[in-house]
Design a protein around this ligand. Structure first.
Ligand code: ADP
Ligand code: MG
Length: 253
């Protein structure tokens, strides 16, 4: 018998509400705010680094101190400047923050750099720092004729250098997802070089399958990029640390 794509139990209703809210003003919602984009991943059972959002520099410390489970240092802080595609290009990402004093300094430095770049700053994302793992990328794009296209490959700084990515279509079976993950040219890097432990492949396959499901069930997600997803040796340490989601009514809807 043909292999069926898996069905994950997820909170589709809340995802739909997030998309509804973004599309209230019209058919093209643009990019979700970072908090909503991370929430969509969480609702789909995709592991993300612990995060808080603050609407201003003054609120960052309070945001970092509240909520359960508490955030643990080291932290990372990033600007939310909606027009900026690559935050690190303008110095809007600070990693390896060890304490609250360093956090306050990082926020001030980022605010300064965003202003110098002439960009509008809307807030800050504070995140737990993920110290282990290879940078991988997951993506959804939509082709007007073929529908959703899934992508997996090496991410972060590697993505532009090696262009080592594979594509797949929906519905996606586990076998297809495994072939996509195993099919990148530099898969040996994930297997671990020079005595490094291998990345957990099962979590990568599952993230891909969960994204394939979101692409099928939520066609208003026109584009989604997780870059990077840090593929750690142990499953429970792998985390998405950056995500962008563009929403629009599909053509003809
Ligand atoms: P952008 O892609 O907009 O420049 P990212 O959020 O992807 O911004 O951050 C840039 C880089 O900083 C990432 O590719 C990754 O190497 C590193 N980084 C970002 N967030 C974290 C984190 N929470 N833990 C570890 N490294 C991070
Ligand atoms: Mg990124």
């Amino acid at each position: 018998m043909d292999e069926e794509p898996p069905g994950f139990e997820v909170d589709d209703r809340t995802v739909a509400e997030i998309l509804d809210r973004r599309l209230e003003g019209g058919n093209d919602g643009g990019y979700l705010a970072p908090a909503d984009a991370f929430r969509v991943l969480e609702l789909y059972g995709i592991p993300v680094a612990g995060w808080r959002y603050a609407g201003s520099a003054e609120e960052v410390l309070a945001a970092a101190r509240t909520g359960e489970p508490p955030l643990t240092f080291p932290l990372v802080v990033k600007a939310h400047a909606p027009a900026v595609v690559h935050k690190s290009d303008i110095g809007a990402v600070e990693v390896g923050i060890e304490d609250e004093a360093a956090l306050a300094e990082a926020v001030a430095a980022i605010a300064h750099r965003v202003a110098e770049a002439g960009e509008r700053l809307e807030g800050f994302l504070v995140q737990e720092m993920v110290s282990e793992g290879h940078e991988t990328i997951f993506g959804i794009s939509t082709d007007p004729r073929f529908g959703p296209l899934l992508m997996f490959g090496l991410g972060g700084r590697y993505v532009e250098v090696f262009r080592d990515v594979r594509f797949g279509v929906t519905p996606m079976t586990r076998t297809e997802a495994e072939e996509m993950v195993r099919g990148i040219r530099c898969v040996k890097l994930l297997d671990g070089v020079r005595g490094e432990p291998p990345a957990d492949f099962e979590v990568l396959v599952e993230v891909l399958l969960r994204l394939a499901q979101i692409a099928v069930r939520h066609p208003r997600i026109r584009e989604l990029d997780v870059n990077p997803f840090l593929a750690a040796p142990r499953r429970n340490q792998a985390r998405a640390v950056d995500v962008r989601i563009r929403v629009a009514e599909p053509p003809g809807a």
